[in-house]
Ligand binder design. Structure first.
Ligand code: HEC
Length: 140
């Protein structure tokens, strides 16, 4: 893990006016050095990349096993998992799967792998509690 990436703009826009929240403090949360960007307004309006992450989640049907709200079914709650897993562990798990344990591999699915950062951003936003609804829409 590289710690030089302090440039995390975890931009939590509270209300509309703050459109360029570039005051991104070097808010260094313990595991935050690799966190992707996501922006969320009102708990469910998100930036375009995070929206792509949500669409990837739907397209890959992760919800079949992890639940429509990431709450867990046959697979664990990703709300909880993403509080613990590093981004690298997340990517490795999604890419390679854990076939013997029922987690499938998405390494050969470009819909997922081309959007892995976006997918992580979406799920991390859910796990952080910043994205309060599983079904998100664009910031207008
Ligand atoms: C066929 C069911 C199934 C599907 C579909 C599925 N998963 Fe999983 N997933 C599982 C199971 C079961 C586990 C638990 C594996 C274990 O016990 O280590 C798991 C584990 C994981 C973990 C690791 C959790 C942890 O705490 O270690 C992540 C991350 C994950 N899945 C993400 C995804 C994503 C993202 C998708 C969609 C791209 C997806 N999964 C689709 C069944 C599934």
């Amino acid at each position: 893990m590289k710690h030089r990436q302090f440039a995390l703009a975890f931009a939590l826009l509270c209300v509309g006016s703050a459109t360029h929240a570039q005051d991104a403090q070097a808010a260094v949360q313990p595991e935050a050095s690799e966190q992707p960007l996501y922006t969320v307004v009102d708990g469910y309006k998100v930036d375009p990349d995070t929206l792509k992450g949500f669409r990837t989640w739907r397209a890959a049907a992760c919800d079949r096993c992890h639940g429509a709200n990431q709450e867990g079914m046959v697979g664990p709650s990703l709300i909880e998992s993403l509080k613990v897993l590093t981004k690298e562990e997340f990517i490795t798990t999604v890419r390679d799967g854990r076939l013997e344990k029922g987690m499938q591999s998405f390494g050969s699915d470009p819909r997922v792998m081309d959007n892995i950062d976006n997918l992580y951003a979406y799920l991390k936003g859910r796990s952080d509690g910043a994205i309060t609804r599983a079904r998100v829409t664009a910031i207008k």
